[in-house]
Structure formats: structure tokens, C-alpha cells
Design a binder for this molecule. Structure first.
Ligand SMILES: [Zn+2]
Length: 671
């Protein structure tokens, strides 16, 4: 094989492996930059030598030309639909039917229990391990050939991993959108002025049926495989459904998590309960139930299919629907702790999944406009697991003409300050640092465990203190006396004393906690720590120009602008001044160099480190007690080497000086 051919083969294998590790195993081993570099190298090679362009090359996921219509595809074996069980009783009735057909042994023959992904079913044909056709389910007998679109789905292997797969095999599964990627896509569409997608399932079916594969490629679709079908006359190298799932996984096909081999139906119902109540709320994709299958494939064949449509040996255990229709009575606005104005829906009470829902989130004004939501609309409301119910969208056909469009008020509904729209995002907020709407949430955040950590200051107690007009802002907390607190209802002497002591003790919290507790927009716990470590004192931070703040490693321009504009506000300045008068700690303890983990060592840093700037790495090493030197010598304790490390790395190797990467450095300094 000529050198460029073997290089192309190596690149294909490496890139394919990296995609699998990234998309299927969720354990990336190659950085994005490295992936892009190798991908471009392969592209260049293939352009120079078009004969090297194999159909399973990672470069061939995109680039097919649009078509004017989708060709039909006849399924060799029909794609069946499933019978449903809505209760455990119906599951038991199903098993009783199986027993009548195949005898008592069925009860102990074992079941495979799997998630029922709420997406779009597809069929993938692999010949000699190579993906040749991808088709939609269609009516079960005839679907549409969407091969170029299927190829753009990142976690579908273009070539099956391993060896020993049947010459012709069909893999069936479900295309879906992960919730987080779906949300992000919608946010981007809002920003681009495009209509948002209401429902991940409909959107995934639509994305698959695009005429232009380039369009599908922009959609973050993913795949889970759940079965395989042998070619006519051939048989599968497995005996049970559980083995099917294992084999699919070994071929590099993503398989949905949380499937279980159950010995009896009792185990199945226990699993289904756990799935509905405990697992479902944690999933990053939609399911509408579980699927229970007789595990043994031979027994499946014996049981057969009813009327060519529904297999007897499988059933869907459907969950209570998590979507309901109701009327949108009003749109109200609440003010969050950072001042963000959050619109929410007041609904005609409706039962969803056993709970009465009266309020639902509406995200932000742009989403309300994109969905064309109007007060008085009949809307679909979704409540998934423990998360806040959300309004999916209106049902425009149910409009009477009395519905009213809604716009975000121009002034804060609590303090009447004109609102501000954040340029960087879609949020609208009240800029008044002391807005009463923000007060309670802000105080709760200030006292929370990640911030000043004031024990015993619960939300309910804060509410009492605010209602009694004893506390208006965080500085007031430090003036509270035991007598004042005791005068409140439900406060015993002892708990009042403990509370006042806990508040006093919080004065010792370092600057990072205080910064986080102030609730500056975009400043989370991590950003607060970075700022506190870098500037050391409140004064230094308040005096820093925007470019200095933005230059801190890990702090971007958005956070920097937010921090600087916060401290420019006279109200915020006054608050900080009053906190200072209450003798709060306004500095960050810097670890004493003498006790550092690298005490007495001499360290050289070279090359570009993955996350730390040179200045940050130097500061880190010095804080740990070591001296940073510019040149490598025999006295060098170790060299920290990043990308593009040159002669210093060579020299360290020659002298036998220990060489660390950034991760190892961080480990040694205890980060
Ligand atoms: Zn306000």
C-alpha cells in the first residue's frame, strides 16, 4: 500500500475511534482541535487522491447533494408496532396470554426490559459491516430512503466495529434529540429569528426527512439501536434479546442505558416503577415508557406476530402522559435574584401525571414571541419528572379571536425601574441592585451554602425578617440583635442566638464567597473564585479596568463587563461600603508559599498549556512554593510542557529532567 493510502486508512480509523469515544462512550480522548487537524489532513489527502475516498470515511458524513424527493424503501421484514399496557394489570394479562400459547414456562423464561425512546424509528442496513441504507419506518412496510441524512448522525457508525458480523444485517432503532442539544438549538434559532421547534420527537422526524442532507447535518440528532434483523434465510449469532443489545454495543452502535434482564414479570414491574419515577426525570432524552420483550429469540419466533402488525412477544409499558392541554389564563413576570425578569404562565389547573399544575415556565420573551403564544390560548403543557412544568406551545386551531399577544413590560413590575436587555443573551432584567423583587431571592442566595453559608437562615426565616422590615439588604443582617430576632414569631431564644452567631461567623468568609453571594450577573462560584484569587482584595477588583478583569484566565468578556458595570453602580458601591463597615473579610487568603506542595523546587514552563495561561501557571507554581526559571538545567526539578514545546523540552529530555503535562501539575499542587 502506498504511504498516502496507509496514512488515509490510519486517519480514518483514528477519527472513527475518536467519534465513537466522544459520541457513544462519552469519554473523549482527542481534543476538538486535534480532531479537526486530523480531519482536515484526511480531507486534503482525499482531494489529492479521490480513489482513497471510501464510503465509510468520516469525511463522507456530509456533502451529499440535495434531492427533489425522497425515494421509497420497502422493508424486507415489516417494522412492527407494539401493543400497549398502561397498567401492571395489563402487563399480567399479557403474560397470561403468553402462558396460554406457550405454557407455564414462559413465566420463568426471562424478559428483556428496555427504554421506549420517544423519537423516530429507523432501519439501517449494513452489508459486510458497511452502512448502505438508512430508511424511515414509514407505514411499517414502506418507508423512505434517507441514507444521506442518516450518515450525518454522528453516533451511527458508517462501518460496524469488530469482526464476525453477518454479511447482511439490519439494525433498527430510534433517532432522537438529546434535550440539552435541542434546547441549545432552539436558543440559537431564537437568536437567528427562526421559529423554534416545540417537540423533540416531531422535530427529529422532520430533520430526518429533509431533502438536503446539509440541513440534517446541522441538527444534533442521536441514535439508539434496539434490535437486529437477519437477512432472509440467515440466522443471527445470538440467542436472546439481551445478547442482541450486547452485540449491538460491541459493533459500536449506541444502546440506550438502563435496560435490564428480568427473570420474572415482578422484576419487570419493579423496574418499570423505578424507570418512571426515578430514572425518567434524570434522562437527557424523551421516553414514553418501557418495552418488555420475551428474552429468548426462539420463544419469540414460536409466539409470532398478530395480523402481521404486532408481535405477541413484546409490549410497551406506557407511562401516564406528561403532556396535557389547558388554557393560558395570564402571563406574569417574576424577578430573579440577579434581576432577570422571568415570564411564567398562569394556567387553568390541569392534571398531569397525577399532579395538578397551575403554573409553568415560559423561559423568556423571545420564546413567547417565537411560539406566538397569546393570553387566552389553549396550550400544551409538559411536566417531565421533577422539573418545572413548561408550556410547549399554543394550539392555534382552538383560538376564538379573543386571545391577546403579550410583550415584556418596559419597567420592572416590582420597583418600576426601566428594564434592560442584555446584549449577549435573550434575558431582560431589572438593573436596580436593591429591587424588592430581587431582595428575598438575593438574600437567600447570599446566605446559601455556596456563598456566605449562614446556617439556620432558611428562606422562611428570611421572609419573616424582610416582612418585619428588619432586613432590606445583606448588610442589614449583620446589625440584627438576639432581642430583635426573638421578637419574631416562632423564634426561640436559643435559635435566635444561634442565628445571630452564625451571621457573625460568616464575616470570616473569604472574598470569593462574598463575590459569589452578591449575585453579580454571570458570576458563579467558579468565576468568583478566579476573580478573588487573581485580585486578592475587593479594592483591587473594584479598581480594575474591564480589560484587566477580562484578562483573568477563565473570565470572558461577558463576565468582565458584568463585574465592572456592577461595581460602577453607586447603589452597589454603597452596599459594599456598608458590608465593609460591618467588618466582613474583603480579601482572599493566598496560600503561604512556604507551606506549598512544591516548596523549594525549581520549575520551568514551556509550550502552550491546554487551559492555563503562562501567567496563571507561573502564579500557581509560585503560590505552591516553587521558583519559576526560564531555562532548563540539571537543577530544574521538573519541566511543565504544553503544545509546541521546543528546545526546552529537548534539553530536559537530554538531561533526564522530569517532564509533566498541565494535568499532572494541577494534581501536584492539589487542584
Ligand atoms: Zn426591580
Amino acid at each position: 500500500m502506498p504511504a498516502h493510502a496507509s496514512r488515509a486508512a490510519t486517519l480514518r480509523t483514528t477519527l472513527d475511534r475518536a467519534s465513537y469515544e466522544y459520541y457513544v462512550l462519552d469519554r473523549p480522548t482527542l481534543s476538538d482541535a486535534e480532531y479537526d487537524r486530523l480531519f482536515r489532513e484526511l480531507q486534503t489527502l482525499e482531494e489529492a487522491h479521490p480513489d482513497l475516498r471510501t464510503p465509510d470515511s468520516p469525511t463522507q458524513r456530509v456533502g451529499a447533494a440535495p434531492v427533489s424527493a425522497l425515494p421509497k424503501h420497502a422493508h424486507r421484514v415489516p417494522m412492527l408496532s407494539l401493543n400497549n399496557a398502561f397498567t401492571n394489570e395489563e402487563l399480567h394479562e399479557w403474560e397470561d396470554r403468553l402462558v396460554r400459547l406457550a405454557g407455564e414456562d414462559v413465566r420463568t423464561a426471562g424478559y428483556s426490559a428496555e427504554l421506549k425512546i420517544d423519537g423516530a424509528a429507523v432501519s439501517l442496513l449494513y452489508d459486510d459491516g458497511l452502512l448502505v441504507v438508512g430508511a424511515t419506518r414509514g407505514n411499517g412496510s414502506i418507508g423512505e430512503d434517507v441514507t444521506p441524512n442518516i450518515r450525518t448522525v454522528r453516533d451511527i457508525p458508517l462501518r460496524l466495529h469488530g469482526t464476525g458480523h453477518p454479511r447482511h444485517v439490519e439494525v433498527r432503532g430510534e433517532i432522537y434529540y438529546p434535550f440539552d442539544l435541542f434546547e441549545r438549538m432552539n436558543e440559537e434559532r431564537v437568536r437567528a429569528g427562526d421559529p423554534v421547534f416545540a417537540n423533540p420527537r416531531n422535530a427529529s422526524a422532520g430533520a430526518l426527512r429533509q431533502l438536503d442532507p446539509a440541513m440534517t447535518a446541522t441538527r444534533p440528532l442521536r441514535f439508539f439501536g434496539y434490535t437486529m434483523v437477519a437477512a432472509p434465510g440467515a440466522s443471527l449469532p445470538v440467542a436472546t434479546q439481551c445478547e442482541v443489545l450486547d452485540m449491538l454495543a460491541s459493533w459500536g452502535i449506541p444502546v440506550a442505558p438502563h435496560h435490564r434482564a428480568c427473570a420474572t414479570l415482578a422484576e419487570v414491574t419493579a423496574w418499570a416503577h423505578e424507570l418512571e419515577h426515578r430514572i425518567r426525570p434524570t434522562l437527557n432524552f424523551a421516553i414514553d415508557g418501557g418495552v418488555v420483550k420475551v428474552d429468548r429469540l426462539a420463544l419469540q419466533d414460536d409466539l409470532g406476530v398478530v395480523g402481521g402488525r404486532e408481535p405477541r412477544w413484546a409490549i410497551a409499558r406506557k407511562f401516564a402522559p406528561d403532556i396535557a392541554e389547558t388554557r393560558l389564563l395570564d402571563i406574569r413576570v417574576n424577578v430573579g435574584r440577579t434581576g432577570a425578569l422571568n415570564p411564567y404562565a398562569e394556567l387553568e389547573p390541569v392534571e398531569i401525571g397525577g399532579t395538578t399544575v397551575t403554573f409553568a415556565t415560559l423561559h423568556n420573551e423571545d420564546q413567547i414571541i417565537a411560539k406566538d403564544l397569546r393570553i387566552g390560548d389553549v396550550v400544551q403543557v409538559k411536566r417531565a419528572g421533577e422539573v418545572i412544568p413548561q408550556v410547549i406551545g399554543p394550539i392555534p386551531e382552538r383560538r376564538t379571536g379573543d386571545e391577546r399577544p403579550w410583550r415584556m413590560p418596559g419597567r420592572c413590575p416590582v420597583c418600576n425601574t426601566p428594564v434592560v436587555r442584555d446584549e449577549e443573551e435573550v434575558a431582560i432584567y431589572c438593573p436596580n441592585v436593591l429591587c424588592e423583587g430581587r431582595r428575598l431571592e438575593g438574600l437567600a442566595h447570599f446566605s446559601s451554602r455556596g456563598a456566605m453559608d449562614i446556617r439556620g437562615l432558611s428562606y422562611a426565616r428570611l421572609e419573616q425578617l424582610v416582612n418585619a422590615r428588619m432586613v432590606h439588604d445583606p448588610a442589614d443582617l449583620y446589625l440584627l440583635t438576639v432581642e430583635q430576632v426573638t421578637s419574631l414569631e416562632r423564634f426561640a431564644d436559643r435559635s435566635a442566638l444561634l442565628l445571630v452567631e452564625a451571621i457573625a461567623a460568616s464575616r470570616a468568609q473569604p472574598l470569593s464567597r462574598l463575590l459569589f453571594g452578591l449575585g453579580i450577573r454571570h458570576v458563579g462560584a467558579t468565576a468568583a473564585e478566579l476573580l478573588a484569587h487573581h485580585f486578592g482584595t475587593m479594592d483591587a477588583l473594584m479598581a480594575a479596568p474591564e480589560e484587566d478583569v477580562a484578562a483573568v484566565h477563565g473570565i470572558g468578556p461577558i463576565i468582565a463587563r458584568s463585574v465592572v458595570s456592577y461595581f460602577q453602580d453607586p447603589v452597589a458601591q454603597a452596599l459594599v461600603q456598608r458590608l465593609r463597615e460591618r467588618e466582613l473579610t474583603m480579601s482572599e487568603p493566598q496560600p503561604a508559599a512556604a507551606d506549598g506542595a512544591l516548596k523549594g523546587l525549581t520549575v520551568v514552563i514551556t509550550g502552550t498549556l491546554p487551559t492555563l495561561s503562562r501567567a496563571d501557571a507561573t502564579a500557581l507554581v509560585e503560590r505552591a512554593g516553587a521558583r519559576v526559571s526560564d531555562s532548563v538545567s540539571k537543577k530544574t526539578s521538573f519541566l511543565v510542557a504544553g503544545d509546541a514545546a521546543g528546545s526546552k523540552l529537548e534539553k530536559a529530555r537530554t538531561l533526564g529532567v522530569e517532564i509533566l503535562d498541565e494535568a499532572e501539575l494541577l494534581r501536584r499542587v492539589g487542584r
